[in-house]
Each structure stands twice: as structure tokens, then as C-alpha cells.
Design a protein around this ligand. Structure first.
Ligand code: ATP
Ligand code: FE
Ligand code: MG
Length: 333
């Protein structure tokens, strides 16, 4: 089946064309993105009004570009998928309305996709199936530990009680005077610093539950900035990053022991972080667990992951109603 997918939940407009069939690895025929990072950078974060305006400006050329790269005509597409939540309402509306309009005009099914399911399944996009595994989504707005029995069968094991991991990176980046978004900037700066310079908290790491908390860590960095005379930014970044990594790895390995997971899958923008990947790889090697991580271009927001989640639903015979609404706070589990 051929799927055209649109992602517009936040500040990236993305379109992808995928070809897939049951039991076969999915082919990404095209995956194009127009990032608004530069646009929002001067405001230090995403401005919803600017975001939706830009989605509507870029979407049509992106659809045409994706179809051209995939070398297919729009009429050949079997289904149209788009993110319907969670995200910014005005942004979600642009992509989902466009996908519905195309579905309507072509007489093909529309499939509304949960953005988080897109992230969650992305490590298996190029494989033949989604195996049972323990999934950790670490993105700009979410930190979620999920027991995945199969595609579509999810049980929440833990989540953040305050800030998401990516949000903590972004807020601490701002405190340290680094450009938005803070995640990649902190990773860069941290390479020059000492992760042992500051002893930041690993909140809830040794609690029996599997929830996370990152706001105390963020506050600890703020206090250190206020208290120390001339703290070295690289040392702060490295120490902060290690605290996040040890918390994420510690909790996830605890969950893996409990659920006897054989595979751990990392997804979401924070899984781009090389130090995080390395720490997980080491912990998984020690525990005899396979680590699955999406290729870098599938970690941050993209439409290929939305197309993959949509494709799996389509192959199961499911679709959404054309009057299905967007849902800014749509939960995954
Ligand atoms: P959500 O998916 O929860 O709605 P989102 O779509 O904004 O949020 P993503 O696009 O998956 O999230 O990821 C963006 C986040 O990833 C940002 O917080 C960014 O700082 C973080 N990030 C990106 N690269 C890195 C990196 N190398 N190290 C740490 N964090 C990173
Ligand atoms: Fe995302
Ligand atoms: Mg984003």
C-alpha cells in the first residue's frame, strides 16, 4: 500500500510517502521537512500563531516535493494519514485538514495518527514487524515508559510528573544562554565539560515507581548558576546531561527487569543524544537486551513515522472518520 502522511503538530511541517505491506520492511519513498526552528529562535520558543501560518505556507509545496521525490502521482496513494494530536491546535488543524481534503477529493481513507505512537514505533520503521518491547519516548513534551505488546497494544509504566526530558534540556539551555532548542546545544557544549563538576539530583531514581521528575534538576542548575561566581557553562551542561541520562537509563533498566523485556526502544528528539545512546547501549549490553533506536532523521518530528503508524492501521483495515476532530491533549495510553 502507498501512504501519504503529514505531520504538523508543532513547529515542523513534514510530508512523507511510504510503501509497505504486511511482513515486509517499509520503504520510505520520500520524507521532506520544513523546519521552523530559525523562525522561532528569536522568540526563544515556539509561537503558535507563527507556526500555523508557516504550516499553511509550506504544506502544499512540500506535498508536491514529496510526490515528485517518490515518483508517484497523488491518485496512486491508497490512504492519507495526518497527526491529529497531541500538539498545538492551530498547527494540527492545518495538516489534518489538508489530509482530509485530499482523502475526500480522491475517495481514499483518512487515517488520524497519534504523534506519540509515531515516535514510539519509529525505531521499527525499517523492520518487518513491531516486536514486543519496552519503549521509552523522550521528546520535547513527553517522557513515557511503555510496555508494547504489539503495535496498538500499549500499557503505560511510567511518565514524567512535571517537565519532559526534552523540556528540561530546552529550559536549562535557555538558563545557560544557549540558542533554542537547548538539547543539541547542551550536547555540543557538554563535550568540553566535566560531568563530575556538579552533583545534580537524580530525582526519583531509587523510588519503586517508574515515574520521572526533571523540574528539581532544572531548579538545581538555576540555584548553582545564582550561587557560583563564574560557573563553567560546559561543566554545568555536562553535569546536567549526565543526571538526565542516569535517571533515564536507571528507570528504564528497572522497568526492563520487571517486565523481562528483551528489547528496549528509544524514540523522540532526545534519543538523538549520543551520550544517552551510548549509556543505554552499555546498560543493554550488560543486561543482554537488544537496543533499538531510530535513525537520526526519524528521532525528531517527521512525517515518515506518522506514515508508518498510519500504514500499520491501514493494513489492519482501520481508518478514521472525516469528521474526526483534532485533539491537542490526545493521550497515547
Ligand atoms: P512531543 O513529541 O512530545 O510532542 P516534540 O515533537 O517537540 O514534542 P521532538 O521533536 O521529538 O519533540 O524532540 C524535540 C526535543 O528533542 C527538544 O526538546 C530538543 O531539545 C530535544 N533534542 C534534540 N536533539 C537533542 C540532543 N542531541 N540532545 C538532547 N535533546 C535533544
Ligand atoms: Fe514529537
Ligand atoms: Mg519539534
Amino acid at each position: 500500500a502507498l501512504i501519504l502522511a503529514i505531520e504538523s503538530s508543532c513547529d515542523e511541517t513534514a510530508v512523507a510517502v511510504l510503501r509497505g505491506a504486511k511482513g515486509e520492511p517499509t520503504e520510505v519513498l520520500a520524507s521532506v521537512i520544513s523546519s521552523q526552528i530559525e523562525l522561532h529562535r528569536e522568540h526563544g520558543g515556539v509561537v503558535p500563531e507563527l507556526a500555523s501560518r508557516n504550516h499553511s505556507l509550506h504544506l502544499r509545496p512540500l506535498v508536491e516535493q514529496a510526490l515528485a521525490e517518490a515518483e508517484i502521482a497523488i491518485g496512486e496513494v491508497d490512504a492519507l494519514a495526518a497527526t491529529t494530536g497531541p500538539g498545538l491546535a492551530s498547527s494540527l488543524l492545518i495538516g489534518s485538514t489538508a489530509a482530509k481534503a485530499m482523502a475526500c477529493a480522491l475517495g481514499k481513507p483518512f487515517i488520524g495518527v497519534n504523534h506519540l505512537e509515531g515516535h514510539l514505533l519509529s525505531p521499527f520503521l525499517l523492520e518487518t514487524e513491531v516486536p514486543p518491547h519496552l519503549g521509552l519516548i523522550v521528546s520535547g513534551g513527553h517522557t513515557l515508559l511503555i510496555d508494547v505488546k504489539a503495535a496498538g497494544e500499549y500499557q503505560k509504566l511510567g511518565s514524567t510528573r512535571d517537565d519532559a526530558a526534552g523540556e528540561a534540556f530546552d529550559k536549562v539551555g535557555k538558563m545557560l544562554g544557549l540558542p533554542y532548542p537547548g538539547g543539541p546545544e547542551i550536547e555540543k557544549v557538554a563535550k568540553e565539560g566535566s560531568s563530575a563538576a556538579f552533583d545534580f539530583p537524580r530525582s526519583m531514581l531509587h523510588d519503586p515507581h517508574l515515574d520521572f521528575s526533571f523540574s528539581g534538576l532544572k531548579t538545581a542548575v538555576l540555584y548553582t548558576l545564582q550561587k557560583e561566581q563564574n560557573p563553567v557553562v560546559a561543566d554545568l551542561a555536562a553535569s546536567f546531561q549526565l543526571a538526565v541520562i542516569e535517571t533515564l537509563v536507571g528507570k528504564t533498566m528497572k522497568a526492563a527487569r520487571r517486565s523481562r523485556a528483551k528489547i528496549i526502544a528509544l524514540s523522540g528528539g532526545v534519543s538523538m543524544n549520543r551520550a544517552l545512546r551510548a549509556a543505554f547501549q552499555e546498560a543493554c549490553d550488560r543486561a543482554g537486551i537488544r537496543l533499538a533506536v531510530a535513525p537520526p532523521d526519524l528521532c525528531t518530528d517527521n512525517a515518515a513515522m506518522i506514515g508508518f503508524a498510519g500504514l500499520l492501521r491501514f493494513l489492519d483495515g482501520a481508518s478514521s472518520r472525516l469528521d474526526a476532530d483534532i485533539s491537542p491533549n490526545l493521550p497515547l495510553v
